[in-house]
Design a protein around this ligand. Structure first.
Ligand code: DP6
Length: 320
């Protein structure tokens, strides 16, 4: 039998940057994200009794570089004495380019593997397993606006507001194609070891999260935008102040930020966030989608834009 699952990437508004435990991949800070609707990863998993190693195909090509992480994740779900597996992943958006493709991939992987085993783990248990492979993946098990609480021994994850209760939209401005120069896991290790700002980043995170949670409860878009932009720029300050510096932005990233600033000046409800890559994500209210997308599309250096509403958490899906 082959089991298939689908998951969407999520974009953090209050960022995860830094690990408390590298072996278990426990995040050093809590975070808050939105799960997207129209970007998605379909993952199929088949355990087989015949010999040979695990195999992995991503978007129709063998993917040996990711195989070790995928095999480790399957060990966590199925036990190290499991049968070997054939894994096929297809995403409808660029992977490894700062669009959270590892979040949707590992979220879909744990759900597909659990389904294949006939298991009955809860969404939270699956989130913890996904998070052990990629911290942000834990949040993609849940839909809408999602909070991840970092703990000494384990994380907690839950939807704090679903997409019906507060519809938000995301426009992604693609400013460069191709993989990012440094993966986020490696970059975090460098920030922890070398950034003089890392400790204050950790100290202030809970305050930012509190302000963001209050903004979500009150549906206060301006408050959410202000704290999200500030938190994003603090994370990038930690990256920039690492040694050697970690700079994911290009000139078009900055141009997009200027576009969004000028939309804000005109009263358009929109704010930006940027992850470990040069793409800019603009979060806006539904009535602003067309204006924001048109403005970003004509910003210098923008290759393409994508639009998504907020979507559901990872779930099993029909095999095709
Ligand atoms: C900048 O989840 O990719 O997107 O746990 O090492 O796999 P690993 O890191 P990952 O880091 C995501 C970092 C971020 C911020 C965020 O999504 O919160």
């Amino acid at each position: 039998m082959t089991s298939v699952a689908q998951a969407q990437p999520n974009i953090a508004l209050i960022k995860y940057w830094g690990k408390r435990d590298h072996v278990q991949n426990l995040p050093a800070v809590s975070s808050l994200s939105v799960t997207l609707q129209s970007l998605s990863t379909r993952m199929s998993v088949e355990f087989r009794q015949s010999g040979g190693p695990d195999t992995l195909q991503i978007n129709n090509a063998e993917a040996p570089a990711m195989l070790r992480r995928v095999s480790h994740c399957l060990d966590l779900v199925a036990g190290a004495d499991r049968d070997n597996a054939d894994v096929v992943s297809v995403s409808n958006f660029p992977i490894g380019a700062g669009l959270a493709s590892s979040a949707s991939a590992f979220a879909a992987l744990v759900v597909a593997a659990e389904h294949e085993l006939g298991g009955s783990r809860s969404q939270l248990e699956l989130a913890r397993l996904a998070g052990a492979s990629s911290g942000s993946a834990a949040r993609s098990l849940f839909g809408g606006i999602v909070e991840l609480t970092a703990g000494d021994e384990q994380i907690a994850v839950e939807t704090v507001c679903d997409s019906v209760d507060w519809p938000l939209d995301v426009i992604v401005a693609i400013t460069a194609e191709g993989p990012k120069p440094l993966g986020s896991g490696e970059a975090m290790i460098r920030s922890e070891a070398t950034s003089p700002f890392y400790s204050s980043w950790l100290e202030n995170q809970d305050d930012d999260l509190c302000v963001a949670r209050e903004a979500v409860n009150d549906r206060n878009f301006a408050q959410l935008g202000a704290v999200a932009e500030h938190n994003c720029l603090k994370m990038h300050s930690v990256m920039w102040s690492s040694s050697p510096p970690i700079v994911y932005w290009n000139s078009a990233t900055l141009s997009c930020m200027e576009t969004i600033r000028s939309l804000q000046t005109d009263g358009v409800p929109v704010f930006f966030t940027i992850d470990a890559g040069p793409q800019v994500k603009a979060i806006c209210l539904p009535e602003a989608v067309a204006t924001v997308r048109a403005a970003l599309q004509k910003t210098a250096g923008v290759i393409n834009t994508m639009h998504s509403s907020l979507g559901p958490g990872a779930r099993p899906s029909e095999a095709r």
